[in-house]
Each structure stands twice: as C-alpha cells, then as structure tokens.
Design a protein. Structure first.
Length: 94
C-alpha cells in the first residue's frame, strides 16, 4: 500500500498573495501591497484590468476607488485577496 503525505487545506492556502495579484493584472507586487493595504488607489486603466481579470462589477470598483485608498483596499481584500473559493467546502466537517 502506498502512503502519501498530504498537506491539510487551510484558509491561508486559499487566499491570494500580492505576487499572484500583481502578476495577473500586470503590476509590481509592491504596488499590489500598497493597494491591498489601503495606501494607494489605482488608475482607471488598472481598475478596468482588475475588473476584467477578477470578474468584478466596474461600478463597485469605481465606487470604492472614489471613496479613497482605505475603502478601495478594503474592497480588494474582501473581493479578491481574502476571498475563499469553493475549496472552502473542503474545510467544513461533513
């Protein structure tokens, strides 16, 4: 019988890193970190790329951006960085 070591699935493995986000939208990971932490807002062009890449409503992204960097960062964290996918079902007890 073959035994394999399987790492447990945790929420930490289901969140997106700054590096992954940056690569998907074509920016430097340090700028991704500043967006995520509410230190910066992005250009309209980058906002459009984010909306397309992550299938987010443009209106919601624009509204968050208009409210400033803190609100924009919170929106990104909730909708992209900390979003747990269907794999969250693996974490639940049957």
């Amino acid at each position: 019988m073959l035994h394999a070591s399987i790492s447990p699935v945790t929420k930490a493995t289901l969140t997106m890193t700054n590096e992954e986000f940056a690569e998907r939208v074509g920016i430097d990971f340090t700028f991704a970190s500043r967006l995520r932490n509410g230190q910066r807002v992005c250009s309209a062009d980058l906002l459009d790329r984010i909306a397309l890449e992550f299938h987010l409503p443009h209106a919601d992204l624009h509204a968050a951006r208009r409210k400033g960097p803190i609100t924009f960062g919170k929106y990104l964290r909730e909708m992209i960085f900390n979003r747990v996918t269907e794999a969250d079902d693996l974490l639940r007890e049957p």
